[in-house]
Design a protein around this ligand. Structure first.
Ligand code: DQA
Length: 149
């Protein structure tokens, strides 16, 4: 069985550390990747960490996860609030999906209070800054371990 967790991030997250740091924090995406890799290794997993500003690319990666991953951690960023196409692609997966946000979108503007991704996610981690990604990996690893019992 695959021990690879796909960790996918959507638009504008390449600017992490400089983009609205009062909301998203000062850690860069590279910092987040390093933290995720260390967390996953400690749990006996590998990660495939990717970011794209393009909806179709994210969908291609979600489809790739069907063949290669044991779980997906997804921060869909703005696309979470708009993309039926990403939801549809997530619905093709038979592996755990953990939706992840740095901020707590439920406590922000009205349009952020729900996501399409939530309709397909096994669970959601939000509001803990860069730590949300680590917690999401922990959750994904636990779900995979439970499924393989
Ligand atoms: C985000 C929250 C979204 O509402 C926003 O569009 C983002 C980042 C987060 O990680 O807190 O780009 O997904």
């Amino acid at each position: 069985m695959s021990k690879i967790i796909f960790v996918l991030s959507g638009p504008n997250l390449n600017l992490l550390g400089t983009r609205e740091p009062e909301i998203y924090g000062y850690a860069t995406l590279k910092d987040v990747e390093d933290q995720c890799r260390a967390k996953a290794a400690g749990l006996g997993f590998e990660i495939d960490f990717r970011q794209s500003n393009h909806e179709g690319v994210l969908i291609d990666w979600i489809q790739e996860a069907r063949l290669k991953a044991c779980a997906v951690v997804l921060n869909p960023a703005g696309y979470g609030h708009t993309s039926v196409a990403i939801l549809d692609s997530l619905k093709t997966l038979a592996i755990p999906i953990v939706e992840c946000h740095l901020s707590n979108p439920a406590a922000r503007e009205e349009f952020r209070r729900s996501t399409y991704v939530s309709l397909a996610a096994t669970g959601i981690v939000s509001g803990f800054g860069a730590k949300s990604y680590e917690l999401a990996i922990e959750a994904a690893a636990a779900l995979v371990a439970k499924a393989s019992l």
